[in-house]
Design a protein around this ligand. Sequence first.
Ligand code: NAD
Ligand code: UFG
Length: 332
Amino acid sequence: MQVLVTGGMGYIGSHTVVELLENNYEVIIIDNLVNSKIDVLDKIEKITGKRPDFYPYDLCDKELLKKVFMQHKIEAVIHFAGLKAVGESVQKPLLYYHNNLISTLNLLEVMKEIDCKKLVFSSSATVYGSPKELPIKEDFPLSTTNPYGSTKLFIEYMLKDLYQSDPTWSIAILRYFNPIGAHPSYLLGENPNGIPNNLMPYIVKVASKELDHLNIFGSDYPTKDGTGVRDYIHVVDLAKGHIKALEKVLSTNKVDCYNLGTGIGYSVLEMVELFKKVNQVDVPYQIVERRAGDIAECYADPTYAQKELGFTAEKNLEDMVRDSYQYFLHNQ
Ligand code: NAD
Ligand code: UFG
């Protein structure tokens, strides 16, 4: 079965492509490499022994997109492609709305035209805004605090409206919590350019002495130790969740949302301490002001994904912090 993976050269996409190939799906990737590198293709081949078809196209170009659908018999799509930096989205909202919304509209229009109506979409826990209760369940109220989050929420609305208009579609909306870690081959992982925004890549750069110290954004949150609490999930577990979601969309006709997390929240200080212990390195830090837009605590209720998809994250936090650092050490 042929599956199109948009954004398949990126962090989560590349790990998912590996899982798809290992489960004998044929994979076609479209990715304009705006946030990824061409050598990911060789690495995917090295891990799996298979080379997916690759098109370096921008999804905002509908004609090129249509060409790919004409050349293959694509039965389902996993849609990762999008820009994802929260801070940048505040600075450049039009870029985010244009890229994330136009690319998705083009994809949905072409899928409709070709009659390929099975889709798995990358959403985010950011659509829960600042949750009033924890753990977060899929039916909690939705809101956003930045343009990036708004693009995810608008796309969720688009997908629900599309299904209402035509119930022959089958759509899984996956709300990721905080993916970290890397493939155990250490060929694939996260490689942010410049100074990272996210906690784990920042810790890695401090541990390797590329950056002087970690700034911990606030120690006065109403959490176990005052620092922010998140639900970190290993990227390989997350990738496996996409296979489960794909099986679901191939066997049902509905639109549904699923949290992909572990259900366990860890604080920034807990992350730093475990990273130091597992990797035997120092991670100097300073407590600074809260970061604008951050929430205190965010972790999933993973029971709906467990029940409906049969998905449970298997790797623990030690695996995550070890693999994040080992990926760095293997790729300097
Ligand atoms: P990533 O940036 O590593 O991967 C996204 C890929 O999409 C990149 O390879 C990029 O080149 C490509 N892309 C972007 N715009 C494109 C376009 N117009 N046409 C073709 N290709 C395009 O990001 P990721 O961490 O792998 O995230 C994948 C998806 O999951 C994104 O939609 C992201 O918003 C979502 N998500 C990520 C996180 C996270 O913390 N990493 C959390 C929640 C949701
Ligand atoms: N943090 C620091 N110092 C840093 C970076 C982060 O203290 O240098 C703290 C944050 O304040 C937060 C925690 O570490 O408490 C995690 O922060 P991240 O930036 O790693 O992750 P977020 O939870 O803020 O956001 C991420 C993605 C979003 C996504 C969200 C939910 O960046 O796109 O997870 O999936 F929407």
